[in-house]
Design a protein around this ligand. Structure first.
Ligand code: GLU
Length: 412
């Protein structure tokens, strides 16, 4: 099954737990809008290369569409549909007034120059610009995109409409309206949910061992923040492989290695391991923070962690996730675990609209409050209904979206 089929199966499962007319589920199984664009880009060697890009808006029921933009060779329309749907649930779960969207371009960003990436981003923004806007759809960083790419989106959109529109995109550099605390917001949200999960399972993050798959914005910052809080991060990986040290990684040495070679592999005083070996490490907390579908029925049996925090989007296929719940492993589902990023994106959008600048401490405090509140709503509903954390998170989210559809009614 591909990611879209998995997303549909999650929705089908929750439909059985909600007392709502089937027609809502039928509506929600279809993304509201899917735009496919061709992006001709002049490459540094003078050739024109045509890239394919997507923007899917799954739902506009609770507000404008919101979601990241990813650059990756594996991007497909079905993946965008699945990730846009996840954004709908995520925004509803943390009660921020957005629907869900996702964008992507099929490309190998690591092999592209700064200029090529800029031209690709500007052309993408211009092509999907017909459905973007602060009241329509607001992109943000995702896999292989960053504040610089958000700045180009803001600049291109602004140039096309003729005035500055910082609120058209979030995750921008702070110099042009980016929010304090947005950069590591996803990781902070992940840590908040892990701390609460530790509390309810009678442990603490301090002193726990952790393995993190993915050394990007989310994984890298989770490893850093967890280390700051006294956890022992024993393994970290990227696409090329991972490094392991049972005494805990020296993250400065790992960061220096990434700066020098572009990968964590061969960091001094560490053992090189594969991504598969990382997932099977005997640790307290496993954090998949890379791409979707990394834990499947083929490798789920090897997972030894006592807690799995889904920092990535859809890192575990539904059947494998159920297998973890059946083994009483505490799984924090993605739509809860990684909702910190979009939550601070919301703060950024609100600040931009009001031309305000919040202090970093205020951003962190409000973020923590929202994450902790959502965590306990999910936990309590799960206990009340005797369902797992994924099902409980989905019940809360889908219920909120269907109530919005009901209130608005069907047009015409
Ligand atoms: N890409 C992030 C996510 O998947 C953030 C989206 C946003 O901030 O809009 O949640």
């Amino acid at each position: 099954m591909n990611q879209w089929e998995n997303a549909l199966s999650d929705l089908d499962e929750v439909a059985g737990l909600l007392d709502i007319p089937e027609e809502y589920i039928v509506i929600l199984k279809n993304p509201r809008r899917s735009l496919i664009v061709s992006l001709p880009v002049r490459m540094d060697d003078g050739r024109v290369e045509v890239f394919q890009g997507f923007r899917v808006q799954h739902s506009l029921d609770r507000g404008p569409a919101k979601g990241g933009l990813r650059y990756h060779p594996g991007v497909t329309l079905d993946e965008m549909k699945a990730l846009a749907m996840l954004m709908t649930w995520k925004c509803a779960l943390v009660k921020i007034p957005y629907g869900g969207a996702k964008g992507g371009v099929i490309c190998e960003p690591q092999g592209m120059s700064h200029g090529e990436l800029e031209r690709l981003t500007r052309r993408y923004t211009s092509e999907v610009g017909i459905i973007l806007g602060p009241e329509k759809d607001i992109p943000a960083p995702d896999v292989n995109t960053n504040p610089q790419i958000m700045a180009w989106i803001m600049d291109t959109y602004s140039a096309n409409v003729g005035y500055s529109v910082p609120e058209v995109v979030t995750g921008k550099p702070t110099e042009i309206g980016g929010s304090e605390g947005r950069f590591d917001a996803t990781a902070r949200g992940v840590i908040s949910t892990i701390e609460e999960a530790c509390r309810v399972t009678g442990t603490t993050l301090e002193g726990s061992t952790m393995a993190v798959q993915g050394a990007g914005n989310v994984g890298g910052n989770v490893a850093k923040l967890a280390t700051d809080k006294g956890a022992k991060v024993v393994a970290l990986s990227d696409v090329s492989g991972g490094v392991y040290n049972p005494d805990g990684l020296n993250l400065w040495a790992v960061a220096a290695r990434i700066l020098k070679t572009g990968t964590v592999c061969d960091t001094p005083n560490c053992e090189n391991i594969t991504n598969e070996e990382l997932l099977a490490l005997d640790v307290d907390i496993l954090v998949p923070a890379a791409l979707g579908g990394t834990i499947t029925m083929d490798n789920v049996g090897a997972v030894k962690a006592r807690m799995v925090a889904e920092a990535a989007n859809a890192p575990i296929v539904p059947e494998a996730e159920r297998a973890l719940f059946d083994r009483d492993i505490f799984v924090i589902p993605d739509i809860l675990c990684n909702a910190g990023g979009v939550t601070v994106s919301y703060f950024e959008w609100v600040q931009n609209i009001q031309s305000l600048l919040w202090k970093e401490e205020d951003v962190y405090e409000k973020l923590h409050e929202i994450m902790v509140y959502a965590f306990y709503r999910v936990l309590e509903l799960g206990k009340q209904r005797g369902i797992n954390m994924r099902a409980a998170a989905m019940v809360l989210a889908v219920d909120r979206v269907t109530k919005a559809i009901k209130a608005r009614g069907l047009y015409p």
